[in-house]
Design a protein around this ligand. Structure first.
Ligand code: ADP
Ligand code: MG
Length: 236
């Protein structure tokens, strides 16, 4: 991976002409048709668009969960588009944190164990990961639920555990795919409030997919996606 961030800007993420074509037998789906976006450190942006327009594909590619068919991705100026498997694992582990609509917590682990998991995978020593996990649970106001398993938590509480987990390895970028999509309006707002707090107090960059205009309005820019392209960028 080469460092190509010579522009002097503080871009934490840059996508250049990203394209993704899925081929399933005879069917070709052009999920992304040339996405260009630059997101600065500490920014909070939203991605909106109808179902099937490519939002999840884009987030997964930014987060190195999937490869683009062509185009480039720079994270903190590093070209990650040509990274090998080992480097990709490293990027997933250290540079990005994921928050999903349905939480994706491990059901057999307690809240604190779920938050510790990314640190365990990254090889952080037991004492350090437990103390960091407890600190994060305190930040999301769930210290009193640390020994609860996911099915002993409400939806909003599960998502707060997932937010704590996403922060575990201090990623450059948080990627959230409809994080309030499974929650009622009020709980969704409190989860969003927490994400905004993390965005502000930790200068944590946040890229958020949402269907909710009230949520999108709270970010600095809204990328409207249509058919795999950016149709417009709205400054809020
Ligand atoms: P969104 O998140 O905006 O609803 P997606 O990114 O999930 O949209 O999907 C974009 C398009 O790509 C859709 O037409 C979808 O059917 C297709 N698609 C998504 N994932 C795959 C896949 N793994 N294989 C084939 N087609 C896919
Ligand atoms: Mg989606």
């Amino acid at each position: 991976m080469t460092n190509t961030n010579t522009s002097g800007s503080d871009a934490v993420l840059r996508c250049v002409d990203l394209r993704k074509i899925y081929i399933l037998g005879e069917v070709r789906v052009e999920a992304l048709r040339g996405i260009n976006m630059t997101i600065n450190r500490g920014e909070m942006v939203s991605i909106m668009g109808p179902s099937g327009c490519g939002k999840t594909t884009l987030l997964n590619i930014i987060g190195s969960l999937d490869y683009p068919s062509s185009g480039k991705i720079f994270i903190e100026g590093r070209d990650v588009s040509n990274a090998n498997e080992k480097e990709l694992t490293e990027i997933r582990r250290k540079s990005v944190g994921f928050i999903f609509q349905f939480y994706n917590l491990l059901p057999v682990l307690t809240a604190v164990e779920n938050v510790e998991l990314p640190m365990l995978i990254a090889g952080v020593a037991k004492d350090e990961r437990t103390s960091r996990a407890l600190e994060l649970l305190e930040k999301v106001d769930l210290l009193n639920r640390k020994d609860h398993k996911p099915d002993e938590l409400s939806g909003g509480e599960r998502q707060r555990v997932a937010i704590a987990r996403s922060l575990a390895n201090r990623p450059s970028i948080l990627l959230a795919d409809e994080p309030t999509g499974d929650l009622d309006t009020e709980t969704g707002q409190s989860v969003l409030k927490l994400l905004r707090e993390v965005n502000r107090t930790e200068n944590q960059t946040l890229v958020l997919v949402t269907h909710d205009p009230n949520i999108a309005r709270q970010s600095s820019r809204i990328f409207h996606i249509r058919d795999g392209r950016i149709a417009s960028i709205e400054e809020t």
